[in-house]
Design a binder for this molecule. Structure first.
Ligand code: ISL
Length: 558
């Protein structure tokens, strides 16, 4: 197979710095806190730390609204603290990947402040348009409720914001803007960082005509996505970025583009090494399968849909490209609450089953902080419990449209992003060892039982299972390189597949229910060795694959 890129055998761990570890008691996590907890990552065995944004920011979207790309927000520390973190990561043989948020800046970024002046050379760095009939220039809605346009009184024109009004979209049509972004990326790489996770990077190319979107349902907004999701010049921009930045550091970096709405066909183009764009993308299909009419209208997941979706991505990126594998990030509800069972009886079993199934797919797995402990959704009761701009805006908009709180809250409780953002649970002490002060978002009361200290002491914990999964990936080439074949596509209870590499074959099976389930054992697997399981197995039966509630097993033949 020749020389393979290092990131194919790697496991990435995402840190949401606000919620990871607070060293100074202000209730907000920081770089010194994270540096003090790096052994947790090293002992887990992960290879890469992806750090969510730590740049100066008004924090309207917890740092995804950046007002200075080349500094650290004082709430997290300073550049010296960053350099200490980076050195400590490298000392442990790990790499550090930064979040790159260049679809938009904060409205407080000097670029945007300059751009407000119609005569400024930076005017064209953002999307300014005159009013149409005294109102918004087109009918697009924003991701965070309301129109995608805000009016600036200074020039009586509108600017585009696909997210909040405090996150104006950058105009990538402008070559000077692109060069400024590349220079900034090189500055971080010279400082020693090892790559970038690129926020909504498939939205950076817009059709400059900015045509109206098609209206659907009874909402006021048109769907602008055909005009900015994987827009007309997206591949040009990413190839240019690769030439100007990434190619200068051959073999060293990891790049992953976050891409809502990306298709398998497009992902093949983005991740084909011969095209020199990105190493991998985050796609969203599998985390949209339990959405009804929008993400805040949840419906139960059908396991057959999950298998069809992930199976299609496995096949689609088998010969060219590479998958990224994730259940969780800072925008998604906790997977044990979502696709597993977070009750006391099944939490460990279902969390470890979900981990096993995901990590045995072909691709690079991403673990979101606390996932390795089986952390669950937050007990968010009233709207006062929410902090996230997306949830608060959705609530206000739905109330305004006449909905009642009791109709809006269940969707927010199930899907709201604050579920993922409660503080990391280090121990059973009152603030879970996260802070000595008052945390910005309350710690989950279940931390008395679900925490890193307890998990380390228990060989059967979710934590030790993740550790074993990572070790298996590092020692068994079939996990990294093996071909993927889905089994039982029509079964609603068991997720099963094989991986084969040379003479080695793995059979992976996970029970997605709270009952014992038996299916026919595929030919040739009778009596095969179990290389990894998540607890006591159901009694075996000849010719049958029997799985206890939420059981997962990896069998191997050589
Ligand atoms: O959760 C979502 C809204 O319904 C997603 O669509 C999410 O907004 C989208 O995946 C983009 O996410 C990224 O960019 C946002 C930021 O708020 C998210 O935290 C970030 O991951 C804007 O920068």
């Amino acid at each position: 197979r020749g020389e393979q890129p290092w990131w194919k055998t790697a496991v990435v761990y995402q840190v949401y710095p606000r919620s990871f570890a607070d060293s100074d008691g202000d209730g907000i996590g920081d770089l010194a806190g994270l540096t003090g907890r790096l052994d947790h990552l090293a002992e887990l065995g992960v290879d890469v730390l992806w750090l969510s944004p730590v740049y100066p920011s008004p924090q309207h979207d917890n740092g995804y609204d950046i007002s200075d790309y080349q500094d650290i927000d004082p709430v997290f520390g300073d550049l010296a603290a960053f350099d200490r973190l980076l050195a400590a990561v490298h000392e442990r043989g790990m790499k550090l990947v930064m979040d790159l948020v260049v679809n938009h800046t904060s409205d407080e970024h000097p670029w945007f402040q300059d751009s407000r002046d119609p005569e400024s050379p930076k005017r064209d760095w953002y999307w300014w348009r005159p009013p149409r009939d005294g109102a918004e220039p087109n009918n697009w809605g924003s991701f965070f409720s309301g129109p995608a346009w805000a009016r600036d009184d200074l020039s009586d024109t509108y600017y585009l914001h696909l997210f909040s009004p405090q996150q104006p979209d950058l105009n990538w049509e402008n070559p000077d803007l692109r060069q400024a972004v590349y220079a900034m990326m090189r500055w971080w790489l010279e400082r020693g960082v090892d790559g970038f996770r690129m926020d909504v990077v498939n939205l950076i190319s817009k059709d400059p005509e900015l045509p109206d979107g098609v209206l659907h349902g009874d909402g006021p907004f048109g769907d602008g996505s055909p005009h900015y999701v994987c827009g007309p010049r997206i591949h040009d921009y990413l190839q240019e970025m690769h030439r100007e930045v990434i190619a200068r550091y051959p073999g060293r970096l990891l790049t992953v583009g976050e891409m809502p709405g990306v298709s398998v066909e497009e992902a093949r183009l983005f991740t084909d090494p011969r095209r020199a764009e990105l190493d991998m993308v985050f796609q969203f299909e599998h985390v949209g399968l339990d959405h009804g009419d929008g993400k805040f209208d949840p419906r139960p997941l059908r396991l057959t849909d999950l298998k069809a979706s992930l199976g299609r991505w496995q096949t689609g990126l088998a010969d060219v490209g590479w998958n990224s594998l994730y259940w969780n990030n800072h925008d998604q509800p906790r997977v044990v609450s979502r696709f597993g069972d977070d009750g006391p009886r099944h939490r460990t079993r279902s969390a470890t089953m979900l981990a096993t199934v995901l990590h045995l797919h072909r691709g690079t797995p991403y673990i979101y902080q606390g996932e390795e402990l089986g952390m669950a959704n937050a007990p968010l009761r009233t709207i006062e419990d929410f902090r996230d701009i997306e949830s608060l805006n959705h609530y206000a908009q739905a109330l305004g449209a006449g909905a009642k709180p009791e109709d809006i809250l269940p969707g927010l409780q199930a899907m709201g992003r604050d579920n993922a953002r409660t503080p990391m649970q280090w121990d059973a002490s009152p603030q879970a060892g996260f802070t000595t002060g008052t945390p910005w978002l309350p710690v989950n009361p279940d931390h008395t039982e679900v925490n890193a200290t307890a998990a380390r002491a228990d060989p059967d914990s979710v934590y030790h299972h993740y550790r074993r999964l990572i070790a298996l990936r590092h020692s068994e080439p079939a996990v990294v390189h093996g071909d993927f074949t889905m089994l039982l596509p029509d079964d609603e209870r068991i997720y099963a597949f094989t991986r084969s590499f040379g003479h080695t074959k793995l059979l992976v099976a996970g029970n997605f229910t709270g009952e014992t389930v038996a299916v026919d054992l595929p030919d040739g697997w009778e009596g095969a060795e179990v290389v990894l399981g998540n607890g006591p197995s159901a009694p075996a039966a000849p010719g049958r694959l029997v799985l206890a509630p939420w059981e997962a097993r990896v069998h191997r033949q050589t």
